[in-house]
Structures are given as structure tokens and as C-alpha cells.
Design a binder for this molecule. Sequence first.
Ligand SMILES: Cc1cc2nc3c(=O)[nH]c(=O)nc-3n(C[C@H](O)[C@H](O)[C@H](O)COP(=O)(O)OP(=O)(O)OC[C@H]3O[C@@H](n4cnc5c(N)ncnc54)[C@H](O)[C@@H]3O)c2cc1C
Length: 420
Amino acid sequence: MADQRLETPVIIIGAGPAGTGTSFFLSKAGIAHIVIEKALFPRDKVCGDACSGKTALVIKRANPEWLEEILDKDKEFLPSWGIKFVAPNGRDLDIPFTAKRTKETKAPGFTVSRLKFDNFLFEKMRASAYCSVYQEAEVLNIEIKEDGMVCVRMRQNQQEYEIISRIIVGADGDKSAVRKKFINADTSPKTYAVGLRAYYEGVSDMHSDNFIELHFLPEMLPGYFWIFPLPDGKANVGVGILSEVIRKKKINLREMMLNAIKTNPAISKRFANAHLIDKIQGWGLPLATEKQALSGDHFILTGDAACLIDPFSGEGIGNALYSGMLAADAIQKSIAQKDYSKEFFKQTYDDVVYKRLGDEFRISTAMQRLCKYPWLFNYVVNKAYKSPSLKNTISCMFTDMDMRDQLRKPSFYFKILFNK
Ligand SMILES: Cc1cc2nc3c(=O)[nH]c(=O)nc-3n(C[C@H](O)[C@H](O)[C@H](O)COP(=O)(O)OP(=O)(O)OC[C@H]3O[C@@H](n4cnc5c(N)ncnc54)[C@H](O)[C@@H]3O)c2cc1C
């Protein structure tokens, strides 16, 4: 028997970007909800700590003042202006995120430790009168009763709760219990990557405009080694590789990363005076390479629980927040129409997610596959190094999806070949 019984229109499991994103927009719509989180905030999450323009966009939609706060605190949220690609042959290419930059322009991206960033989101979330948060809470059971009510049994502070609702949102990350319960299938190994994160101090030659760096080392393709600048002279350093490649080639990821730091000529000299300031930690990345169900009767999955990480860049924070925003919209409609069915959520959530993000996922999946061909990568980077217009084209690809789609087409490479 539960000690307490609570009723709420929506239950959200998980208070990372997907959970907070859902909560922000439910609160905006005046819909009460309960958030159940197993950790105690502030809590860490293994990540590259790089936030893109999509992250900024959702935060701005939730509340423009929150984005202003982030942009004003540029010592905590380090503004990032671009990306450095290092091709397998070692040639590097600096691509600004924005082709036109004026004094007034704000940086499109920023880097911040997830410990800080997620806590920022968490505090904004729990300030809302519509949101009740239970931290350090253990979900004991999730079920849908015959009358169509979702029932979550949860324990917090030795008290047991039974929480009743019409809708449950799985925002509980890559090992989602909600996903396991309702989708009843583990993520296919093909769509999974594994990443390692290490915090360093004293890495030299960081870009003056805080460009994030992706080093496509031949031994890691189609994955990469990264160095992302952080506030206070720190850096987030890591590797991310497809699980199937790790398995097939029997890769020891930690050894591979430390080996690159120690022996790669361009990288090792930058680590000559650097030191590790935290233990190296790993985590999974469920990638959005295949279209799959994101919802069902009475439930919606968001963020990593829905496998929405960009298959090329590994970006998942923006998609987690964005899917949360779309989930809240679908929930609002479902409550208004008293329809919590699989068919309704497919139309109002799954279809909308894939309409908005599907092209991006397809292009990124194609780019990830192209990375298996180092010569092609070297070729594009060599050409762009010499051609300002090609560099500009690649820069525009960050904001223009039609431009990015060019990367999938043989005609793009043909044009480069003949300098058209
Ligand atoms: C090595 C690595 C590097 C990455 N680098 C980047 C990057 O630079 N930029 C980027 O955009 N993305 C990056 N990602 C992806 C990004 O970290 C994720 O996509 C993002 O965290 C997803 O947010 P989420 O809210 O879905 O899940 P999470 O951030 O994992 O949050 C899930 C929350 O649910 C809670 N939870 C889990 N289970 C339960 C439960 N049973 N009950 C209650 N609560 C529960 C957890 O405690 C957590 O707070 C990286 C990922 C990895 C692994």
C-alpha cells in the first residue's frame, strides 16, 4: 500500500533537458505536472558540454529572459562562434557558425558543464507553480490500468507514493525505464554510439573565438576525437565511436583516446602542459539513424529515451529540449480533446518530430556513412581550405538545411571537383 496517492494530468520521468523542456512548455500552457527524478540536482551528466543554436532557440521560446541571462553570463556559459574540423589527413578547417557576424551578433552556441547547465534548467523548471518535483526518487513500477489511467509507484525518503495520471512522458535518458516498459525493445546496437569524456586544464592553442574542435582521426572513423573549450581555461575532451565499430574492431576506447593525446603529433603538443582534473567517464548515445515509434497509448518519449541524438555530430541536448517542447504541445492537444491514444500521439507528436527533425537526421546519417571514406573527407577539407566560397557554403550548412542536404548528393562533390 502506498503512503500517499496523488493525481496529476501529466507525469514526467527524468529532469534532464528532455524533461525540463517538456515541463517548461506544459507550465506555459498552464498544465500541472509531476516530475520524478532519481538524482539530486545539481547532478553531472557525461557529455561534450556543447550547446547549439537549437538549444538557444528552445530556451528563448520558453522564456527570452532565460536566454539573455545565459548570454550575459559569458564567463559561465562560454560563447562559441564556430567549429574546427580536422580531416583524417590532419588538415584543419575553421568554419564559423554564422557567415555574417556584426558587433551586435550574439554567439549561436555556447559551452558549459552539464552540472551547471542542467541545474540552470532545473531551477527554472521548479520555479513554476504548475510543476512539482520529486528528486532522489525511485520509480518502483509503471503500469496502465484497465480504465486507461497511468499509475506510477515511486519511493522518496522512505515514503511510497502512487501517482495517477492520463499521460506519462519518458524523459529518462538512454536507459529509459519508460521506453523499456512500453516499446518493449532494446535500442538496436547499430544505432548506438559510445562516448568518453575527460575534463582537462591547460590544453594549449585553443581557438580565440572558442571554436569547438572535431578531429576525425583515421582510427576513429566514422567517430571522432573532440576538444571543446570550457570556462576558466578548462576543456572537455573526448571520443565518440559507433558501438558496432567498437565491437567489431575490439577497440579499447579509453586506450584509444589516451593514445591520441599522447602520440598524435598535432594533438600531443597541445597537451604537453595539460592535466586531467576528473576521472574519465563513459556513456551511451542512442542515435536517430532509424525512424521509430516515439509514443503510444498514454505515453510519449523525449530526448535520449526517444533516441534523438544527431547521428553525425552527437548533438542531443538541443533535440532533447526541442522534443520536450513538441511533446508539451501534443499533450496540450490531447488533454483538450481527451484523446490519449497511440493514433493521436502519432499524429500530434511522432509525425511532427520527424517533420521538423527528419531531414536533419537523414542528412546526418548520410554524413556519418560518408565519414567511412577518409579520402572523401580529406578531399572536401583540402578544397575548402583553398576556396573561401566553399568554406562559406559549408558555414551556411549550419543554418540552412537545404544547403546541408547538398552533402548527400554526388553532384556536390562533382561541383567541387570541377570548381563549379
Ligand atoms: C560522451 C557524450 C558526449 C556528448 N556530447 C554532447 C554535446 O557536446 N552536445 C550535445 O548537444 N549533446 C551531447 N551528447 C548527448 C547528450 O548528452 C544527450 O543527448 C542529452 O543529455 C539528452 O538529454 P535527456 O534529457 O534526454 O537525457 P539525460 O540528460 O540523460 O537526462 C535524463 C534524466 O533522467 C533521470 N533518470 C534516468 N532514469 C530515471 C528513472 N528511472 N527515474 C527517474 N529519473 C531517471 C536521470 O537522472 C537524468 O537526470 C553527448 C552524449 C555523450 C554520452
